[in-house]
Design a protein. Structure first.
Length: 164
């Protein structure tokens, strides 16, 4: 029984994340999408909203579940008995940050492996921040996110615009 976690802020979850989650779900028996609190990032969606959107977006993948977490990733991995952390890797700009996190996580818990899955070219430059920016400017994000996320973005920015 191999259980992996796929951590991230998921503000919000995108098709790029979903591609990596689907591929991880074919490799592992169970994948837990671990939604970090990430307060320093001042996310657009609340922790619970991000977890709920991730739940809705992954509900058709049978061996995937979603859990919000706060605190250290390696501690959460131990708590849920996951031995592998799966990360998506996009263009070169991700490398330094991802390598730093992987090295530090290894120092903290060397029995937890980090596995990188490359994003396909069409998602190489997709990010949650780009999606938020397009939605904020009233652009069409339907090819980048699930319908539930598209609706949540429209509501978030619609409401904030209405408030002025
Ligand atoms: O989607 P993101 O924001 O790039 O994901 C970053 C995330 C959530 C994986 C990272 O910030 C994280 O692991 N946060 C949990 C706190 C932690 O363990 N920090 C030390 C990492 S070396």
């Amino acid at each position: 029984m191999k259980r992996a976690i796929m951590p991230g802020t998921f503000d919000p979850i995108t098709e790029g994340h979903l591609d990596v989650i689907r591929r991880a779900a074919q490799i592992f028996d169970e994948v837990i999408v671990a939604v970090a609190q990430s307060p320093h990032k001042e996310p657009l969606f609340t922790h619970e909203e991000r977890a709920e959107l991730a739940r809705q977006a992954t509900e058709s993948i049978p061996n995937v579940t979603v859990e919000p977490f706060s605190g250290l990733l390696v501690e959460f991995a131990k708590e849920v008995e996951a031995s592998v952390v799966v990360k998506g890797l996009r263009a070169i700009t991700d490398f330094e940050y991802e390598f730093q996190m992987t090295a530090l996580n290894y120092e903290l818990a060397n029995d937890i492996e980090t596995l990188f899955i490359m994003s396909p070219p069409k998602f190489m430059y997709l990010s949650s921040s780009i999606v938020r920016e397009i939605a904020r400017l009233d652009g069409d994000v339907s090819q980048f996110v699930s319908p539930c996320v598209e609706a949540a973005l429209a509501q978030k920015f619609g409401l904030s615009r209405a408030r002025g």
